[in-house]
Write a protein that binds this ligand. Structure first.
Ligand SMILES: Cc1ncc(COP(=O)(O)O)c(C=O)c1O
Length: 367
């Protein structure tokens, strides 16, 4: 390893977690964005049907899975013309994010640009490769560095920000001029609330060519499949083939039964609509409760998080919430830009979300 990786940030939250757990009605954990609702029946059945799986699956994924992914991109995201050969399944999207710089052969002297407030694995991936990380939302801020990879994440974890098509198009044009690859993490694409997410592969953004672009998708949130480890990437056909070559050698293979489950999940929208409606209701409840308790909610147009602030250091806000039995994540987990925000996940059960709202609204009533 060229440089030591950061401590796993969640360990730092333990004291606040214990504090929140001391609440007489129990902790409401809104810190980790892990799904809590059942894996859809249609997906479980597909997994069970594929349980007899003695042979090795292919790294490229079955033709059925790649066709289902291309169909999904067209039907659900408005991205036409993706060839099934330009799709590969991933073992969840986190492994792809963490290993992309290494798979691309990046190393010392190469620059990876990540969002100012970002999912920590973008930086970790660059560090594993020994590349340099620059955290900025503005390409104008970049000097003459040798930028090789630009990460986008819209809707964003943690801020919920959604970039409009014209902003994405500017980043794509900037990167293409410099020969940098744009990797767009679209894991939260299904969760646009106040505006409609746009894919980097959308013709309005990319001008109809996927050259220099890779989009990253996850079924963890859309289909409650976090436990299956199921994601896929699509984009520039030659880049996808290059990555496939590395992944074959490295054994980055999605298990056969999971490939069958993913195929079923990508053909079915009913369960995703149902899940989306659950999150919409939880989001409304929590937004109202946090705002009533004096928080300001910034961005948060999409994703599964509220980006909330009391205009104080985030550690103080985390403590304030923990004293009410509610665990949230300090914004500085996601970079210095988050120092005065907390991230509130709305991936808890209806019962726990209602408990959090009751506690927060009681704060307002006492004021
Ligand atoms: C922005 C972002 N990208 C990628 C992931 C990884 O998701 P998974 O590995 O479950 O597909 C997450 C998980 O929360 C995320 O928030």
């Amino acid at each position: 390893m060229r440089s030591p990786l950061p401590d796993f940030p969640w360990d730092r939250l333990l004291p606040d977690k214990q504090r929140a757990a001391a609440h007489p009605d129990g902790i409401v954990d809104l810190s980790v964005g892990t799904p809590v609702d059942p894996t859809p029946e249609v997906v479980q059945q597909a997994l069970a049907r594929a349980a007899d799986s003695p042979g090795y699956p292919t790294t490229q994924g079955t033709q059925e899975l790649r066709e289902a992914a291309a169909g999904y991109l067209h039907r659900r995201l408005g991205v036409p013309g993706v060839s099934p050969d330009a799709v590969i399944p991933t073992v969840g999207s986190k492994e792809f994010v963490a290993w992309l710089p290494t798979m691309l052969g990046l190393g010392p002297g190469d620059v990876v640009v990540i969002p100012e407030a970002a999912y920590p694995t973008y930086a970790v991936g660059a560090q594993i490769a020994g590349a340099t990380v620059v955290a900025t939302d503005s390409t104008v801020a970049l000097g003459p560095e040798r930028v090789k990879l630009v990460w986008l994440n819209s809707p964003s974890n943690p801020t919920g920000k959604i970039f409009p098509a014209d902003h994405l198009a500017k980043v794509v044009a900037w990167a293409r001029e410099r020969g940098a690859l744009v990797a767009s993490d679209e894991c939260y694409f299904e969760f646009g609330w106040d505006s409609r997410p746009v894919s980097v592969l959308d013709p309005e953004v990319c001008g109809g060519s996927h050259e220099g672009l890779i989009a990253v998708y996850s079924l963890s949130k859309r289909s409650n499949l976090a436990g299956y480890r199921a994601g896929f990437v699509a984009g520039d056909p030659s880049c996808v083939q290059e990555l496939l070559g590395v992944r074959k050698h490295a054994g980055m293979i999605v298990p056969g039964p999971v490939q069958a489950a993913m195929t079923a999940a990508l053909h079915d929208d009913a369960h995703a609509d149902e899940q989306r409606a659950r999150y919409a209701a939880r989001r409304d409840t929590l937004r109202h409760a946090f705002e009533s308790a004096g928080f300001r909610v910034d961005h948060s147009e999409g994703s599964l998080y509220l980006w909330a602030t009391r205009d104080e250091p985030c550690a103080d806000t985390v403590r304030w919430c923990a004293d009410r039995g509610v665990l949230v994540t300090p914004g500085d987990f996601y970079g210095a830009a988050g120092a005065r925000h907390v991230r509130v996940a709305f991936t808890a059960t209806d019962e726990r979300v209602a408990a959090a709202a009751t506690r927060l609204l009681a704060t307002r009533d006492l004021a």
